[in-house]
Structures are given as C-alpha cells and as structure tokens.
Design a binder for this molecule. Structure first.
Ligand code: ADP
Length: 197
C-alpha cells in the first residue's frame, strides 16, 4: 500500500505516520526527517539545505526529490510506504507522478489531516519547548504555516481530481485521530492487498 499523509506543520503527521507504518507494516518516509538527517550527518546535501530548513523555506524541488527517490523506490519494491512532507504543492506532486508512474510506484491514496490554525500554533509552541527544533521559533512557525496554506489547496485539489483524496479530522486525542484514519485506510489496505492489521 502506498499512502501519502498531507497535513500542515503541527497537525500530528509524524505521530500518525508512525502508527500507519506499524499497522500496515510499511516504512514511514518523512521528507523533513530525511533532510534533517543529512544536516545532522553534515553531508554535502545537508550543508546545502541547512539554511532553507532553518528559515522554514522550501528546499529546492530537485534536492528534495533526489534525497527521497532511493528510500521511496526501495520501500515500494518491498510492499509500499507511508510518505509525509512530500509533495508539498501541486508542482512537486506532478513532478513526483511523472517520475513514479512509469515505475508503477505512484501514490495510491492520500489522506489530508485537517486541524484549525489556532490549534496548530498552540501545538507547535508546545513542541518548541519540548524538542527545541531550530524551525520552531514563532517567526519561522508563522512562515511555515503560510507556505503550507499557499501550497496545500492546489495540492489537495490535484489529488481530489484524481479521486484518491480523503479528508480526516485531525483534532482531538491522537488515538481518536488514528481511529478515523483506520476507518479510511483499512479498506484501502484491503484493496491494495496489504498485510491486514
Ligand atoms: P513541518 O511539516 O512541521 O514544516 P517537516 O519536517 O515536514 O516539518 O519539514 C521541515 C522543513 O524541511 C521544511 O520547513 C522545509 O524546509 C523542508 N522540507 C521538507 N519537505 C519538503 C518538501 N517536500 N519540499 C521542500 N522542502 C521541504
């Protein structure tokens, strides 16, 4: 099963993607984690993307795609993936489709987690105190939310047109959100022939 989780910063993508990964036995690939790992390891790519990530700006498409191509291909060959953080706008989605479709590894279903802006801000500020991510300062948080709003409407419209989009309420306790996800994804997993939970 090849799933994409789309959600604004602070919506709980990471938490829910980890749970999806466990339930359907598919690897979780997060573009943000992949980029942060490059930065931590001090690779050439890490040095290149550092300033974008610290400011909350989008890393250039070619770089993001080049870092994700291998893990996504590898995961798809062994049963699927749950991807989060990429694509972030319709332009990236079209680029990804053009690369993935000929290989038969394009996304099969997209779940959009929906959380109101004031709740996102509250969660991100709490996380900033706990985790201390460089991009969790008030100014950068605002910028990331704005970039997300700018890209996500077109992104979701694109997947809606392809008939593979489900919108899920991302408010409330993590377990309640997961239950809403299973209501959508169990059926998709069955159709995709994924391992049953
Ligand atoms: P969040 O969703 O909270 O912003 P992520 O971990 O998904 O956090 O992303 C962190 C940062 O990594 C982004 O602000 C951006 O700089 C970079 N990034 C992640 N995914 C992409 C992408 N698909 N395209 C461009 N930049 C990206």
């Amino acid at each position: 099963m090849r799933v994409l989780l789309v959600a604004p910063p602070g919506a709980g993508k990471g938490t829910q993607a980890t749970r999806i990964s466990a339930r359907y036995a598919i690897p979780h690939i997060s573009s943000g984690d992949v980029l942060r790992s490059h930065i931590e390891r001090g690779t050439a790519i890490g040095r290149e993307v550092q300033r974008f990530v610290a400011k909350g700006d989008l890393v250039p498409d070619e770089i993001v795609i080049s870092t994700l191509a291998e893990p996504v291909l590898e995961a798809a060959e062994s049963g699927g993936y749950v991807l989060d953080g990429f694509p972030r706008n319709a332009h990236q989605a079209r680029m990804a489709y053009d690369l993935a479709e000929p290989l038969g590894i394009e996304v099969q279903h997209v779940v959009a987690l929906e959380v109101p802006r004031d709740e996102l801000l509250r969660r991100l500020r709490t996380r900033a105190q706990v985790e201390g991510r460089v991009d969790d300062t008030d100014e950068v948080i605002e910028h990331r939310l704005e970039l997300d709003e700018a890209g996500s409407a077109d992104l979701l419209a694109y997947y809606d047109e392809r008939g593979i989009l489900s919108r899920v309420d991302g408010t409330g306790a993590p377990d309640a959100v997961s239950e809403r996800l299973w209501a959508v994804l169990d059926a998709i997993a069955e159709r995709a022939g994924a391992r049953q939970p």
